[in-house]
Design a protein around this ligand. Structure first.
Ligand SMILES: Nc1nc2c(c(=O)[nH]1)N[C@H]1C(S)=C(S)[C@@H](COP(=O)(O)O)O[C@H]1N2
Ligand SMILES: [Mo]
Length: 617
């Protein structure tokens, strides 16, 4: 191990600098002292010049390195080991089932047994004494806000799904083992196939936004609207209980079950139950609303949190079963429930006395005037305008979208980052059989020469605001205290995998180079370029560098890192998403601020794809 002779300074060192080259031995002590003090002030290593200093302020044609659009296949689910069922078949099947249901219901409704049953259980359960009637103003407002938020959460949620268009039950994300996909099978024998290559385009009016691999922006929409939706939901539930309206949608007696059956028979026989939503809902409505408010909504929150690397690392017992993929799958099923609910709900509002129903929820009266209808039309027009504008707005003002996201969800992300955790989460038998690859591989001559030489000439250069800048060979690193961990990787796109990582913990590196008190952020520079050119890099909070699970890995699953996984060295920081774990690391720099590094936003994906520099969810 040696002190790099100035090659961390701008323009003074080449990549081939011989670390054993002793310059001016007679003034060595002075040189080192000078160099150190210079290093403290002048943090401009040669890597900086190789970065792309642009950062985008809009989403243009060259988005994500110019990935061409790709639309995938109709959604399908796996039956058995290798058979796939195209979900479009559900449409004719649902129609056939409905026709059959109607035939059966009409056939039995006039039998004495069923008539008796219907008169015993007319379809609505009695509400507790004193339950209020009608729809107060707060409820009408909250209903509308909820609709508004839901639509944008569903759209951005679909964009997030499209970035890894497969769903699994276990955290291994093994191709062929997914239960749902809307993409072709993974060409598993193609080592150049990446998760980014697997991502799909959605039409702009469906996804938010629709562009392929625009997950950074989709997530800001999803997470920030989510905060607003949750606040609205919490206020709603509180008011529901304070006002007594809760009793209209919370079943308090088991007779809700036979009453729901009775309502179903009435709907199916086309002798529709008499609507009296102003006073009380029928049992089917009660159940549907109860599930939507008290089961689906909390489940959406919990399964959302279940995908967070920071939380899963902290609550590893829970996350063994309730793993990211299980959570992601359930989260998707909650989405399916909401979409189904919206379709059926709106259809029935219109089919069962539209004017009166619309007056209930939009005008707050129980008449059949047109008032509610026109308020509905006006508010729906607002929704439609925002719907159409949302994706173009996102392409034009992506930074505003990110700012909104950082303001709304940023504090939560920061909070989660402080969860610390112990190593050894998983055991050897948890290691994933398949680990996706991601990103653009290095293709410089410098890297290739080094790779051909078995990385003997590799030097990891660490400098910036440190007392002891160093240049470490792989041998140097292997001689340092070894650290192993079996941990789970969470890619922002949605896939995950468990692997065993071997190397040195960042704490040992910090002890070696001794960052100065000014150092607040740590920049990791790759040999590889990012999708749009310029070196890939990422900036991390120095506080996380002493977490037990932050390390530089040279081994993966007891073998030296392979090319696609980052040879010869990569970062692991287990409270963050995968894009922060720079592969093919060539240098590390300790800095006070990162505004002058690359595009200035704290990482390649931040500069180019509007990710955030905190990403613990
Ligand atoms: N240099 C570099 N490092 C990178 C990336 C990249 O594109 N370039 N992609 C990141 C992303 S998005 C992920 S998910 C992980 C993937 O690591 P793996 O290929 O070993 O699975 O690497 C991260 N490190
Ligand atoms: Mo990723």
């Amino acid at each position: 191990m040696t002190t790099p002779q100035g090659d961390f300074m701008a323009g003074t060192g080449g990549s081939a600098a011989d670390p054993t080259d002793e310059r001016e031995p007679q003034t060595h002590a002075r040189t080192v002292a000078e160099q150190r003090s210079q290093q403290l002030r002048e943090v401009s290593p040669r890597f900086r010049d190789a970065l792309d200093s642009r950062h985008h302020d809009r989403v243009g044609a060259d988005w994500a390195g110019g990935l061409p659009a790709q639309y995938g296949v109709a959604p399908r689910i796996r039956v058995g080991r290798t058979k796939w069922f195209n979900l479009l078949w559900l449409i004719p099947i649902a129609v056939a089932l409905m026709i059959a249901g109607i035939a059966v219901a009409r056939g039995i409704i006039d039998t004495p047994v069923v008539r008796d049953f219907l008169s015993d259980y007319p379809g609505a359960t009695a509400l507790p004494e004193g339950t209020p009637e009608g729809f107060p103003l707060w409820m009408r407002w909250q209903h509308w806000l909820n609709v508004f938020f839901m639509f944008f959460m569903i759209r951005s949620g679909l964009s997030i799904l499209a970035d890894h268009p497969r769903l699994y039950w276990t955290r291994h994300s093994t191709p062929g083992r997914e239960w749902f996909r809307m993409q072709r099978p993974v060409p598993v024998d193609d080592p150049t196939y990446t998760a980014k290559g697997d991502s799909l385009t959605l039409p702009d009016g469906v996804g938010l936004p629709g562009r392929r691999h625009s997950i950074g922006l989709a997530r800001w929409w999803h997470l920030s609207i989510d905060v607003l939706w949750l606040l609205n939901g919490i206020v709603f539930v509180v008011l529901l209980f304070v006002s007594g309206h809760w009793a209209r949608i919370v079943p308090t007696s088991w007779d809700v079950i036979p009453n729901a059956l009775s309502t179903a028979i009435q709907y199916l026989s086309l002798e529709w139950p008499t609507e009296n939503g102003w006073v009380n809902y029928n049992a089917l409505q009660m159940l549907a609303y109860f599930i939507t408010v008290f089961i689906a909504a909390p489940l959406a929150l919990l399964t959302g949190l279940g995908m967070s690397p920071a939380l899963s690392t902290r609550f590893r017992r829970i996350s063994r079963v309730f793993n990211i993929q299980f959570a992601r799958s359930l989260h998707f099923l909650v989405l399916c429930w909401y979409v189904m609910f919206v379709v059926v709900h709106v259809a029935l509002v219109f089919a069962t006395g539209a004017l009166r129903n619309l007056n209930h929820m939009y005008a707050g009266d129980d008449t059949t005037s047109w008032t509610g209808f026109w308020i509905f039309v006006a508010t729906s027009a607002v929704l439609a305008v925002v719907w159409v504008a949302a994706t173009p707005f996102t392409y034009r003002y992506p930074r505003a979208v990110r700012r909104m996201g950082m303001a709304l969800i940023g504090p939560v992300q920061r909070l989660f980052e402080h969860v610390d955790s112990k190593p050894g989460e998983y055991t050897e038998k948890d290691i994933s059989p398949y680990f996706w690859s991601n990103g653009r591989v290095p293709d410089s001559d410098e890297y290739r020469t080094m790779q051909e030489g078995g990385f003997r000439d590799y030097r990891l250069r660490i400098g910036g605001l440190v007392e002891q800048p160093v240049a470490l060979s792989i041998d140097d690193l292997r001689k340092m205290a070894r650290h192993d961990q079996i941990t789970q990787h969470f890619c922002i796109q949605g896939w995950s995998g468990v692997a065993k990582w071997g190397g040195v913990s960042m704490a040992s590196v910090l002890d070696l180079v001794r960052p100065t008190p000014e150092a607040k952020w740590v920049v990791f520079y790759s040999f590889a370029e990012g999708a749009e050119g310029g070196l890939y890099y990422d900036v991390q909070d120095i506080d996380q560098m002493r977490h037990q699970l932050t390390m530089l890995a040279y081994d993966m699953n007891d073998e030296p890192l392979t090319f696609s996984h980052g040879a010869p060295l990569r970062l692991r920081n287990e409270v963050q998403l995968g894009f922060k774990m720079v592969k093919w690391i060539q240098g590390i720099e300790f800095v006070e601020k990162f505004e002058d590094v690359g595009g200035g936003l704290g990482g390649y994906n931040n500069d180019h794809e509007f990710f955030g520099y905190r990403q613990s969810i």
